[in-house]
Design a protein around this ligand. Structure first.
Ligand code: FA5
Length: 341
């Protein structure tokens, strides 16, 4: 029996040495120290031994059981420590390490400048409005005193849709819609996307943004001087206090008189540089006193009201503000460009 007990002990210790998980330890506990273990079975034969031998074997088996149980407990502790040091290693936080930089997106430069423009005009009491991008011929052309077959239509190359609609060529169409539904006095700006059937180059795109404006009141209450002062305030707000504005006579069918607006170049302050092509001034958009034909086409009585309108290209304003020399960069989706804003 002594040999059998020693054999059980040696096998148990050998197997305990090899296990790696709590589950395996549990299997060995049942096998070597449980109520149905080999050792317990063997002890059933004690009754057949002499009293002296029974006592010796009893003691040896108890001692063996304790050794096996001790080994099982040691093994359990060992597995537990291994698990803890693995967790320690894996989840270790080095508080001295620099944190990971999170990539944060931001507004597109055209959206940023549009918000700036809106803020400047809102501070002068203007309302920001917009409407549909696909227009009918009446709102994009006819109501703006651009009759059919009039050469003025060629000034704005148009994408014509099969059903006769047009992706708006300017946001003046929204001003027509606004006047149809609102009686003067009012002052509005219309920032929005426009479309023109033309080739793109460094300063032209076929899809760009405009901010057009309209201020209307009773006849005699608004003059060209008002328009110059509002537009000067806008330019100073956008490009800085020192910015000067000049008007040049020009022609747009929806205004009379009409003019074009130039701002003094914010880079060379009028001295002449690469951005302003040496002339000290940058052409930014058109303006003028609203032609009375426009008022009558939206149902307002001729000569009852007067007002001024203006229209600028938002990309062009952004190019000047940020010193960008190619308009196509705005829509190219190149992160190296966009991340600079
Ligand atoms: C107009 O669209 C007029 N509706 C503006 C206006 C309103 C004049 C009220 C008078 C009174 P124009 O076609 O010039 O005008 O366009 C206005 C501005 O849009 C231009 O000065 C320019 O800044 C910008 N622009 C015009 N064409 C393009 C283009 N292809 N790409 C980028 N910007 C353009």
């Amino acid at each position: 029996m002594k040999n059998q007990i020693n054999d059980i002990k040696n096998r148990a210790l050998g197997e305990i040495g090899k296990v790696k998980t709590f589950e395996e330890v549990e299997v060995l506990r049942v096998k070597y120290s449980g109520r149905k273990s080999e050792l317990t079975n063997l002890l059933r034969g004690l009754k057949d031994l002499s009293p002296k031998e029974r006592k010796k074997m009893g003691e040896l088996s108890n001692q063996t059981k304790r050794v096996i149980e001790n080994e099982l407990e040691k093994k359990e502790l060992e597995i537990k420590n291994e698990e803890l040091s693995y967790i320690d290693e894996k989840e270790k936080i080095d508080v001295t390490c620099p944190g990971e930089k999170l990539e944060k997106g931001h507004l597109h430069p055209l959206t940023q400048i549009r918000y700036d423009i809106e803020e400047i005009f809102k501070s002068m009491g203007f309302l920001v409005v917009d409407d549909r991008e696909v227009e009918d011929e009446f709102h994009n052309f006819d109501a703006l005193n651009i009759p059919k077959n009039h050469p003025a239509r060629d000034m704005q190359d148009t994408f014509w849709l099969k059903n006769g609609s047009v992706p708006r060529t300017h946001t003046s169409s929204v001003q027509v819609r606004f006047m149809e539904n609102n009686k003067p006095p009012f002052r509005i700006i219309v920032p929005g996307r426009v479309y023109r059937n033309e080739n793109s180059d460094a300063t032209h795109d076929y899809n760009f943004h405009q901010v057009e404006g309209l201020m209307v009141a009773k006849s005699g209450e608004i003059t060209v001087a008002n328009s110059k002062s509002i537009i000067s305030e806008f330019m100073k707000g956008l490009f800085g206090e020192g910015t000067k504005v000049r008007l040049r006579p020009s022609y747009f069918p929806f205004v009379e008189p009409g003019f074009e607006f130039d701002a003094s170049c914010p880079y060379c302050k009028g001295e002449g540089c690469r951005i302003c092509k040496g002339c000290g001034w940058i052409e930014l958009g058109g303006a003028g006193m609203v032609n009375q034909n426009v008022f009558t086409s939206v149902g307002l009585t001729e000569d009852e009201f007067e007002g001024f309108a203006f229209g600028f290209g938002i990309e062009r304003l952004a190019m000047i503000k940020y010193g960008i020399d190619d308009i196509r960069l705005f829509h190219a989706g190149d992160l190296r460009f966009l991340e600079q804003f």
